[in-house]
Design a protein. Sequence first.
Length: 643
Amino acid sequence: MIDMDALLGEHGPVAGAISGYQPRTSQRLMAQAVTDALQSDESLVVEAGTGTGKTFAYLLPALLSGARTIVSTGTRALQDQLYHRDLPLIAKAVGRPVSSALLKGRANYLCLQRLENALTENGAFTGQESAALRAWRDSTHSGDKAEVTAIAEDATLWPRVTSTADNCSGQKCPFYDDCYVAKARRDAQKADLVVVNHHLLLADLAFREGGFVEFLPDADAIIIDEAHQLPDIALTFFGVSLSLRQFNELFDELEVLLSAIGGPVFDDALRESRTATLKVREHAPVAAGRYDQSGISDALTAQLGTLADALQALVDTIDALGDAVDGIDALLDRLLRLYDRLRIVSADDDEEGLRWLDVTQRGMRWHMTPLDVSERMRAAVDATEAAWIFTSATLAVGEKFSHFTDRLGLNDARCLKFETPFDLASRSRLFVPRDLPAPNTEHYIPALLREIAPLLAHVDGGVFFLHTSYRALNQSAAWFDERPALLGDRPLYVQGDAPRGQLLESFRKEGNAVLLATGTFWEGVDVRGRALRMVVIDKLPFASPDDPMLVARSAFLRSQQRNPFVEQQLPEAVLALKQGVGRLLRDVDDFGVIAIGDPRLYSKGYGKTFLSALAPVPVTDTADDIARFLDGFDQGDSVSVAQ
């Protein structure tokens, strides 16, 4: 019997090995629950409030059980933290070395063939980029692009030197013996503990469902951290998607490969296909956003049919060439897969799921997304014959987990909730001003900022403004730009002005900056101490009523005589709000203020649901109360450790 009280207690091996470690009762209870789940091969769902120390609470039982384990995280950054920091720490603390592997999606690894091709193209890279890539190629053992700090993670060059499932040549590649993706997958197959991300885990489950050879090892335990992200990601992986860029990249490769022997028939077929893709783009919506395919113009629908016909003609033309050129089979297979996906996403059939178009500044992508994957996820869980552990700081609405478990078919899972050990009642306050205009009016953001701005004088530290839309973000940025005196010596950072990681690093370093953000800053951001003393959220994070997935899933729930607001819109907004609020207190010694400027918290019945989710944080509608609260603290830095 494993004694978690002894292992995670004040005088245990974990406390002895990790400076600043603070024992938490909730951590020990969670670790025991994970141990029980591993022993009985059951499914366990755990909401572990910030500061519980959930990372150690699942890693320790996994190591001590001897179970072959897959740990899946929400982001690549968390993958790196788990593999390079947390796992070695806990293994050393308990004296249990483990063979482990870090496995990411193929887009994270250098493709030697694509790099070789790109380096021969004039103007493909700047001289600095070329030098950095060559130096990395000659020194790396993993091929993981996270090693290259000289090039931004979101740099446009990365797709040129990494591969996708569509453009990978597999074993036919001349560099296959040295392939970093293949090496990482071989290492994963041999390891006792593999750290992956949700996209990779679900891709593997989808492969298994389709009868393909999986690339993750069979496991005794599968642990999902940041599990709140899983239901939405699962919809993507059990659906179908494709982009015009995939077609254009393939057309370029076909032209290079067959330029010598293709002949006029091939040239004409390729030209027709290229023209058809251009026509598709011309008829597609220009403004960024998500569009239900049923509402797209008839002209675009007709052009998709023209593209399908052109692709069929190109397939026939290439097929007629036979095996005249090495590598043509792989390209033909890719073309056929794209053709099949196009047929699926453009079909006039709503039984499989929602067909929709996502338009961004970088391009457009079609999707066929199922509205319910609970049965498929249930089947995937059952097929593994493993214990499944799902954990996050935000899984329950009140005491109910049904919003999460129903979407993944986990109706028989054991569900536990551990509140944060932080003293929310004394170290935080929730400010909800009254008498603001309706959140959908033009004057709402300025009115909210007029309520918040005077408090900046009382905040000796950094401030996050989290917005629910880019429109609101831009309004806030313009408002502050016109009133520089309100900021004083505080730097103002705005999402989009620099890469996310760079903004966060600057924000932490300054210690008293203001960051205006949306989207990805709502979760996965860890800023401790003085650098973050106040989080402002512009309004309740309900999904846009025009979002096609929301509309379609709402219709699906209504068809089953269920209430989409109660079962979907409200719980998703509550969980998103908890994520945003969770940015504030990241350590036992932290303190600060949350401000939410949405009058619906007072005027609507569901406002009580949101306020209850944030309990026991005391609520006030008076700015003077917040000023007194902040002025009563010594606003210095103090950081402890709890993983």
